[in-house]
Design a protein around this ligand. Structure first.
Ligand code: NDP
Length: 267
């Protein structure tokens, strides 16, 4: 028996990167995956690559009407949703706007990042709880970041939105428990996972190698992480093996949060 046999799952932002890897891992473990994104062309291509146990659906996590339509369709077809992964997220750097420090960032840029990273997770949790009520159980996995625990001078909205995701995860976990639902909600906190998200920050010029080397040297395990190393943990949280885990946070960061640059040196 596979670990997610027969589970009906939905992954947001799944056309590429960590979301695509989670979708692949879920399928490998026997789940059916609704692979969703705003990048329809790539989403359709990725779903095709992953095979028969998946279907691509357009879902913009910022749009409540999209959530209503998608969860209604899944409810009508399957009568329940077993797993939601709120994975879609942006840094704000994608559109070429590099000004995200707390003094100079525009209110519009601040709101844009929060709309995707925080409103998207709020809406996902809201409609997942409603869908999971039918089966009285489920697993919601929110992809936060290690940035939720530290300040980032150049990415204020990203850090703030991910911190809020961490906290909202615990509120959802407690709410579902209070309601007598067996709906668990946990967060994953990756760092430095090599995906297309990094491209605008690494650049293409001569600085790219230097930027990459800097990140690697700041990471105790001295390498970038792989999307598959995140999806392995998502499989655990989605599975019944994690039945007693709710409101918890799991770091996947090569050891970054275990210490700091200011750690005392023992002679
Ligand atoms: P990628 O940028 O590689 O993939 C994100 C996907 O989400 C893209 O396909 C993107 O589409 C899509 N997307 C963007 N906005 C929306 C939206 N409004 N609704 C639905 N889909 C959307 O990112 P990663 O795979 O690296 O990151 C996945 C998650 O992991 C994010 O939440 C990120 O913050 C988090 N994370 C990643 C880390 C890393 O090192 N990679 C570290 C810490 C956290 P499009 O291309 O059209 O924008």
């Amino acid at each position: 028996m596979k670990r997610l046999e027969g589970k009906i799952t939905l992954v947001t932002g799944a056309a590429r990167g960590i979301g695509a890897a989670i979708s692949q891992a879920f399928i490998d473990e026997g789940a059916f995956v609704y692979l969703t994104d705003i990048n329809d062309e790539l989403g359709i291509e990725t779903a095709k690559r992953l095979g028969a146990s998946t279907e691509y659906i357009h879902l913009d996590v910022r749009e409540e009407s999209d959530w209503i339509a998608v969860t209604k369709m899944i409810g009508e077809k399957h009568g329940r949703l077993d797993v939601l992964v709120n994975n879609a997220g942006i840094t704000g750097f994608e559109a070429g706007d590099l000004t995200h420090d707390p003094e100079n960032a525009s209110l519009e840029a601040w709101r844009d990042v929060h709309r995707t990273n925080l409103d998207g997770v709020f809406l996902g949790c809201k409609y997942a709880i409603k869908s999971m009520r039918n089966g009285m159980s489920g697993s919601i996995i929110n992809i936060s970041s290690r940035s939720d625990l530290v300040g980032i001078p150049g990415a204020a909205a990203y850090a703030s939105s991910k911190a809020a995701v961490r906290n909202h995860t615990k509120t959802v976990a407690l709410y579902c428990a209070d309601q007598g639902l067996n709906v668990r909600c946990n967060s994953i906190h990756p760092a430095a996972i090599l995906t297309p998200m990094w491209e605008p920050m690494l650049g293409t010029g001569p600085d790219r190698e230097v930027n990459m080397a800097q990140i690697v040297s700041d990471t105790p395990l001295r390498r970038f992480g792989l999307p598959e190393e995140v999806s392995a943990v998502a499989v655990l949280l989605a599975s019944d093996e994690a039945a007693y885990m709710t409101g918890s946070e799991l770091n996947i960061d090569g050891g970054i949060l275990a210490g700091s640059a200011a750690s005392p040196k023992v002679e």
